[in-house]
Ligand binder design. Structure first.
Ligand SMILES: [Zn+2]
Length: 251
């Protein structure tokens, strides 16, 4: 595959990151050719989108229904106080285009579920799941595995963050890890914006590595950390041969 050339403005905009070892201009051109679906553009997904836009990922598809509320603003960095009461997705897209007009931003003013997720996953190269509800995360996981697209799944609670990268056929998927949805998972929960930003920044870097093809992605490991204690760990995870989603897939 040939990747699109960079314009002089892009050469300048991305200069500092093109100095990164193993990334360079080739990595930047790969990002320019790439597309990512981000489900929910709140504290985590919005900050992932911000980093992918500033890094020059060519096309971002953002999905999130609903209007901005005042109690979103402790963590949703793409939003402004003046946008309270307006559709969240519009504020996010406007801010991303201000950050980087060279990136194509597409908006979906609905949340992903089993009825629409396959269609949106089919339009991109990679999926970021930043949804608070398990049913939505599992729907994205299943669509990504079915279409053999990488998925980065992020979660947070209180001062804790968690992240896995699913590479269908190579790593466990979300269904391997959670054969049953955790019953206590809620849409609203205690959290600081700084926790959302850490998990989002780690996820964005993981996406950039996967798209540009450098570094070592988080394969067969769950990253888990607790900023209350400043403890960080990676836990080995394995595919379940009887996983209904990925058990039959080969690498
Ligand atoms: Zn699985």
């Amino acid at each position: 595959m040939t990747y699109p050339a960079l314009t002089p403005a892009e050469q300048s905009r991305y200069e500092w990151q093109m100095w990164v070892r193993d990334f360079g201009e080739t990595g930047q051109r790969r990002l320019k050719a790439a597309s990512v679906l981000i489900s929910r553009i709140g504290g985590v997904g919005g900050t992932v989108a911000m980093h992918l836009a500033t890094a020059g990922v060519g096309r971002l598809v953002l999905a999130h229904a609903g209007d901005l509320r005042l109690n979103d603003l402790n963590r949703q960095l793409l939003m402004s106080t003046a946008d309270v009461g307006s559709p969240r997705i519009e504020s996010a897209a406007r801010r991303l285009r201000e950050l980087n007009p060279q990136v194509v931003v597409e908006t979906v003013n609905e949340n992903l579920d089993v009825s629409n997720v396959g269609r949106y996953v089919s339009q991109v190269d990679l999926v970021v799941s930043a949804a608070p509800l398990f049913v939505e995360r599992l729907a994205m996981n299943r669509a990504a595995v079915r279409q053999r697209k990488p998925l980065v799944d992020c979660a947070m609670y209180d001062l804790e963050g968690r992240l896995i990268t699913v590479r269908p056929g190579r790593t466990p998927c979300l269904d391997c890890l959670y054969p049953e949805s955790p019953p206590l998972w809620k849409r609203e929960f205690p959290v600081f914006g700084a926790v959302a930003s850490t998990v989002a920044s780690i996820a964005a870097m993981e996406v950039i590595k996967l798209l540009a093809g450098f570094g070592k992605p988080l394969e067969n490991q769950l990253l888990s950390y607790d900023l209350r204690e400043m403890s960080f760990q990676t836990i080995a995870i394995a595919r379940r041969p009887d996983c209904p989603t990925c058990g039959q897939l080969s690498a």
